[in-house]
Ligand binder design. Structure first.
Ligand code: HPA
Length: 266
């Protein structure tokens, strides 16, 4: 991780942004909005999987959003692709090694709460880890906590800031619990009934490992889901990834405005 951070510092200089943003499915366009961008493909970062092998075109982008220095992770490693949990959190550990203080994590999710009318945005208030593994399993890395507290993984102040920003900008935002599942198959109707009873408002296949890693590194987390579809058994028909991407694109303007508003106030 230190080598990765050093390689990135040699590209961008010593002034590293304190805010990191992880872009979810269909949200990559935010990278194009950065001012004075410096793009570094994962393949040029020591310790990252060879993109040819991993089938990933992931990049870090360093720049400014509305004048505020940020670094973006565009392209995720998912557990369902067969990556180790440790690979999934490589970008977040790199942000930590670079000195990031805040991580804004975005994703696409299926809406379980019956009052959701997708596409809508949902602040993540809490999560349920149903991936059955932890990215922290194994040797302790760097200054990470062995047993990080998870009583409030999604920072209360940041959520409050996001709610105020949404209100001021006229953006509708919900708040709820995200269930992280392994995927890649979408859920069965019986699984959705189970998730609803467990208290999940939305379900997706990412984010939980990154948030655990961010907390173990002491970074503050804001999580925002684009609830792109009604989950299996509650909506009109079969789910498709293309529909998820199209729906995410519909609300990405709101998401971008929300993120811009929040980082102005950090
Ligand atoms: N289920 C799981 N993951 C998802 C969904 C869903 O319905 N939509 C977007 N990501």
């Amino acid at each position: 991780m230190i080598a990765a951070a050093q390689a990135l510092v040699s590209r961008i200089g010593p002034d590293v942004p304190e805010i990191a943003i992880v872009l979810g499915s269909g949200l990559g366009a935010l990278a194009d909005a950065l001012e004075s961008p410096v793009t570094v493909p994962y393949g040029e970062v020591p310790g990252f999987p060879d993109p040819g092998v991993a089938g990933h075109q992931g990049v870090f982008v360093f720049g400014r959003l509305g004048g505020v220095p940020v670094m973006l992770q565009s392209g995720r490693f998912h557990l369902y692709e067969g990556h180790d949990p440790a690979t999934v959190i490589l970008p977040v550990r790199t942000f930590a090694a670079l000195g990031a203080k805040t991580v804004i994590v975005t994703n696409a999710a299926g809406g379980i709460r019956r009052t959701f009318t997708p596409p809508v945005l949902m602040l993540i208030a809490d999560h349920i880890n149903l991936m059955w593994r932890s990215p922290l399993q194994g040797a302790i890395v760097g200054v990470e906590e062995r047993f990080p507290d998870m009583s409030e993984p999604y920072d209360g102040e940041l959520r409050s800031l996001a709610r105020q920003t949404a209100l001021a900008a006229g953006i509708t935002i919900h708040e709820g619990v995200y269930a992280g599942v392994l995927g890649p198959a979408y859920e069965t109707v019986a699984e959705i009934r189970m998730l609803e009873r467990m208290g999940a408002d939305a379900v997706g296949m990412s984010t939980v490992p990154e948030v655990i890693a961010a907390r173990a590194n002491g970074m503050r987390v804001l999580g925002i889901s684009t609830v792109s579809n009604v989950v299996a058994g509650m909506g009109p028909g079969p789910l498709s990834h293309d529909d998820v991407l199209a729906a995410s694109r519909e609300v990405r303007g709101d998401l971008e405005a929300l993120v811009r508003g929040v980082i102005q106030q950090l």
